[in-house]
Ligand binder design. Sequence first.
Ligand SMILES: NC(=O)c1ccc[n+]([C@@H]2O[C@H](COP(=O)([O-])OP(=O)(O)OC[C@H]3O[C@@H](n4cnc5c(N)ncnc54)[C@H](OP(=O)(O)O)[C@@H]3O)[C@@H](O)[C@H]2O)c1
Length: 294
Amino acid sequence: MSLKVALAGATGNLGPAILEALDAANFEVTVLTRSSNNSFDSKIKVAEIDYQSVESIQKALANQDALVIALGAVGLEPHANLIKAAVAANVKRIIPSEFGSDTTNPNAAASPVFGDKVAIQKQLNETVASSSTTSYTGIVNGPFLDWGLKVKLLVDLSSPEPVLYDGGDRKISVTTLSGIGKAVVGVLKNLDATKNKTVFVREADLSQKDLLQLAGKQVSNGKNVSTADLEKEAFAELQKPEPNVPVFVYGFLKRAIFGEGFGSLFPTENLSNELLGVGKLSDEELKALVSKYA
Ligand SMILES: NC(=O)c1ccc[n+]([C@@H]2O[C@H](COP(=O)([O-])OP(=O)(O)OC[C@H]3O[C@@H](n4cnc5c(N)ncnc54)[C@H](OP(=O)(O)O)[C@@H]3O)[C@@H](O)[C@H]2O)c1
């Protein structure tokens, strides 16, 4: 019998790739959404929910085997309510909205930008870990490689003077959106081996200079920016009466992604790529991908 999987946040940056992978794996998918006015494939069930109401979410989660949460920074309450509802509905596995930096790393965990993720880990450890029915798996995949190039978070391949953080030589672990979709499916196919833990996957370990070189760009034109300075500016911004959200969010994010001591390069022994069926991208695949954004 195929697993019944509910997915919250199927229309965001990451959600569509997870939906595609769940569907390709022949899971029975129900999308949880604020508005059922969406154009999903007819075989995808859609449940309209109110994120403010645990009861409404619990109703939609009746008989579901798993809940995948792909909500972005929408405040703590929707995430917390999804977890409360999943536990109440006896959903077997919750995959929370991690999907990024290693928030089990103490420096990353202390970053204000990951406060909600850390609060959700606490909630999961307190409630889910002691439940006899519900368990969780956090997926840490590093920055999204394709999305990160598209929005120029990883490096601006079209700039004559791309910004290089802390010199641009530090390698970081990265995964494409479709790679994360595969990792989610891998967790759901390996429920015992991934129970109540954080798993790490990556498709490549690359520095900003590696990305420029893959795109055939000069690395010597890069402009150096210190992530320690970005972090200082982000804290200063937070002190203001009306802080500029992108300034502090991206300052903290860039520090956690490119700075030293944030666990951005995953040790090989921590990786679950093989278990989850996520491969490593070849140089040819990387060049083809990078060329789309150059
Ligand atoms: N590693 C990286 O580089 C990286 C980059 C981006 C995000 N992430 C992570 O990936 C996960 C998903 O992030 P995302 O960027 O894909 O999320 P997103 O695009 O911001 O939002 C996903 C979905 O959340 C739902 N939603 C529920 N309440 C909402 C509200 N009040 N306002 C707006 N949308 C709301 C929407 O679906 P409905 O309209 O159907 O309700 C929306 O499509 C998060 O854990 C995030 O931290 C990681």
